[in-house]
Ligand binder design. Structure first.
Ligand code: ATP
Ligand code: MG
Length: 574
């Protein structure tokens, strides 16, 4: 634990975006052009299109915030569309979690909940149309051969020997594909574009594949499934989307997106690409999360160390801070990695404003105030939130026996140590100044108790004859509650967990100390009755969230974040 000398409640605020008008981002500029030219009339209709193959992460939050905020800003709509074309990897559990996460972030798709799988029949008809127009054909090349025929970056591909099948034969084969006559992988339907096209995606891309697999919504109705490229744009088109916003890796799919819309002669949205969010000390891919979950590095998709929305929620992040973070980082055209501290500072800033302060001792050592009457209890008044006067104050009991944190005592103090040490004074937060008179040790020489005295004239005022710099937190022993505290830290030790030595992967950077559990922390009694979901600032320690594992008076707290960025100090020291 790293404490700052006389650390106070305040902390540096995020250099947050001033509330003044922000300049337009490039997506807004494109939308404004569309509005000016009337390309989509005056409509703005976006969508968020998750594939239900995992839980959403903070990167998805960026896309959600972007799509829903644009709709809001322009008085339009944003759809939720499940891009569920891949039967084997998708599950209902993911659909539910995605909906919960978007709602928690504070967005509402109203009745516009769509599924690409609802469009399978329409997509099939459009495939038939392309076959009839001579723009699609059934290809029997096995996949390794098909790869050969595609050519390379420097060499054009070759036409498939099946490319010139007659329309009748194509129609017949495609229908029989649908009927289930052929095994998986035996044939595909391809778009007939240009095998010499400089863009690989335009070299007769696959539109349909055979896959005898059960789909979470359509069951066994289909054994052919459309590919992403033959689904996404068409789904956008069916929903009359205007701007189809996606991440940069789809930039070179845009010509194909446009080709299908043109050849089918259907409503043609504008695809716009932006850079995905990457964070330092974080991996950002459902595939990797699945490994972390399945191999027990974390307790589940909602483990408080996960950058999933459900993990951040359980950790105690607020939806407001995530939305504000997404606004703050903005949208860009080039990929970059955002410092995770920026996200952490946004949650700190929000919690600083809203979280009630309480005193909790994580690593207790007993203090006996020898000149304080036995059996006496004084009710001291403590401010709930110095940032918010309306939060009022509460009562904390003070008595002869207290707990303070072991880290706030040093038998042999180092230079500039302003906390407690033999013969030295310190102020108890909201209370008196105490002085350490002696130290009680056990047989092993470990300090088990501090004997102190208090100055009754120092409640709420400074002594005139001396200066006492340090302020420490404390809890009255008799009234203290106990709780389990889970100190979460970053899950990865490396700034870029994907940068690894030969033969290793991101797993080699997992932080073995990303969770430390404290069993018998001492809490001030005002925390009695705290409910799962509540957030507090433990004075001088950090922000904490009551975990769902709490049962009645058996409270469990998750550390959301320390008060300050302790990693920056570690990094600058090393
Ligand atoms: P992953 O690679 O983590 O599995 P994905 O891109 O496959 O993510 P989808 O469910 O297909 O996940 O994505 C839904 C939407 O969220 C898409 O529009 C996608 O572009 C966007 N998205 C996904 N990851 C990010 C990210 N890191 N930053 C911004 N947007 C993202
Ligand atoms: Mg995907």
């Amino acid at each position: 634990m790293i404490y700052e000398e006389h650390m106070v409640d305040r902390q540096p605020a995020v250099e947050s975006s001033p509330e003044k008008e922000k300049s337009l981002n490039f997506v807004e500029e494109i939308i404004n052009d569309h509005l000016a030219s009337g390309r989509f009339g005056q409509r703005v209709h976006t969508r968020f299109p998750p594939e239900p193959n995992g839980y959403l992460h903070i990167g998805h939050a960026k896309s959600i915030v972007l799509n829903f905020s644009l709709a809001e800003k322009y008085g339009g709509f944003c759809n939720l569309r499940f891009d569920d074309t891949n039967p084997s990897k998708e599950e209902e559990e993911y659909v539910q979690s995605i909906k919960e996460d978007i709602k928690w972030l504070g967005f509402d798709w109203e009745d516009r909940e769509y599924y690409a799988s609802d469009y399978f029949e329409q997509l099939y008809e459009w495939a038939i149309k392309l076959i009839k127009d001579g723009k699609a054909y059934v290809c029997d090349l096995p996949s390794d051969k098909a790869r050969e025929y595609r050519g390379t970056l420097t060499e054009p591909g070759k036409n498939s020997p099946y490319r010139d099948r007659s329309v009748e034969e194509n129609l017949d084969l495609f229908e029989r594909m649908r009927e289930g006559e052929f095994p998986d992988g035996a044939r595909v339907l391809k778009a007939k574009i240009d095998m010499a096209h400089p863009n690989f995606n335009m070299r007769d891309p696959v539109m349909y594949r055979i896959l005898h697999a059960r789909h979470h919504r359509t069951g066994d109705k289909w054994c052919i499934y459309p590919m992403y490229d033959f689904t996404h744009g068409q789904s956008d088109s069916i929903e009359k989307i205007t701007q189809s916003i996606c991440t940069l890796e789809f930039e070179n799919h845009r010509p194909l997106y446009d080709w299908f819309c043109e050849k089918l002669d259907i409503h043609h949205p504008q695809q716009i690409e932006f850079a995905r969010l990457n964070l330092t000390y974080t991996v950002m891919s459902k595939r990797k999360f699945l490994i972390l979950v399945n191999e027990g590095f974390v307790s589940g998709w909602d483990d408080p160390r996960m950058p999933t929305i459900s993990g951040l929620r359980r950790r105690g992040y607020t939806p407001e801070s995530i939305r504000k973070f997404c606004d703050y980082i903005g949208v860009a055209k080039n990929n970059s990695i955002v410092d995770v501290t920026i996200l952490e500072n946004h949650v700190r800033e929000h919690l600083n404003a809203i979280a009630p302060r309480v005193m909790v001792v994580l690593n207790p050592i007993k203090v006996v105030i020898e000149n304080y009457p036995e059996g006496q209890v004084e009710q001291l008044s403590a401010v709930n939130n110095p940032e918010d006067e309306s939060a009022g104050s509460r009562i904390v009991p003070f008595s002869r026996e207290l707990y303070i944190d072991r880290d706030d005592f040093m038998e042999v103090p180092v230079k500039n140590y302003f906390r407690l040490s033999p013969g030295k004074e310190v102020r108890l937060r909201y209370g008196y100044i105490i002085k350490c008179d002696s130290v009680v040790k056990n047989d092993m020489g470990e300090i088990v108790e501090l004997r102190c005295s208090y100055d009754p004239d120092t409640l709420g005022k400074q002594p005139t004859d001396r200066k006492v710099k340090g302020v420490i937190h404390w809890v009255s022993a008799e009234q203290a509650l106990e709780a389990e505290i889970r100190l979460y830290d970053r899950l990865f030790l490396a700034e870029n967990p994907d940068k690894v030595e030969e033969g290793q992967d991101f797993r080699s950077h997992v932080n073995p100390e990303s969770l430390q559990v404290i069993q018998h922390a001492k809490l001030e009694p005002s925390l009695k009755g705290a409910q799962a979901g509540e957030r507090f600032q433990f004075e001088r320690i950090g922000y904490f969230h009551v975990d769902q594992d709490s049962q009645g008076d058996d409270l469990v707290f998750n550390r959301i974040t320390s008060l300050r960025d302790t990693w920056a100090k570690i990094a600058s020291r090393s």
